[in-house]
Write a protein that binds this ligand. Structure first.
Ligand SMILES: [Zn+2]
Length: 104
C-alpha cells in the first residue's frame, strides 16, 4: 500500500504543479467524504442488526410475577407482558421505574 502511495504522490505533485492543486485536492476531499458516508451507513446497518438480535430474544413474563413500569413525572403505569430488552421504556422524557410484584 505504501509502495503504491509513492508513485501516486509523484503524479499528484505533477498534476498539481501543471494544472492546479484543485485537481488534486478535490478528488481527495471526495474520497474522504465517500469513506465517511460508507462508514456511517455501515454503522447504521450494524446497529439495526444488533436491535433485530435483541428482539429475537423477546420472552413473555412469567405468570408468577407482575412487572410494572411507572412514570415519576405523571404517574402513568405500564404493565409488562413481553420483555424485549432489559432497558426500561421512556415516558415524559425520562426512563420509567421498574417495580416487580411476586404473586402468591
Ligand atoms: Zn409520564
Amino acid at each position: 500500500m505504501i509502495l503504491l502511495l509513492v508513485p501516486l504522490a509523484a503524479v499528484a505533485v505533477i498534476v498539481g504543479i501543471n494544472w492546479g492543486w484543485q485537481w488534486v485536492l478535490a478528488p481527495l476531499l471526495g474520497l474522504a467524504l465517500l469513506r465517511w458516508l460508507l462508514g456511517s451507513l455501515r454503522a447504521l446497518v450494524t446497529d439495526a442488526k444488533h436491535l433485530e438480535a435483541q428482539e429475537a430474544t423477546a420472552t413473555p413474563v412469567g405468570s408468577d410475577e407482575r412487572t410494572l413500569f411507572w412514570c415519576e413525572e405523571c404517574g402513568t403505569e405500564v404493565l409488562l407482558l413481553i420483555r424485549g430488552t432489559a432497558r426500561a421504556p421512556s415516558h415524559c422524557g425520562q426512563r420509567m421505574h421498574e417495580r416487580t410484584e411476586i404473586l402468591s
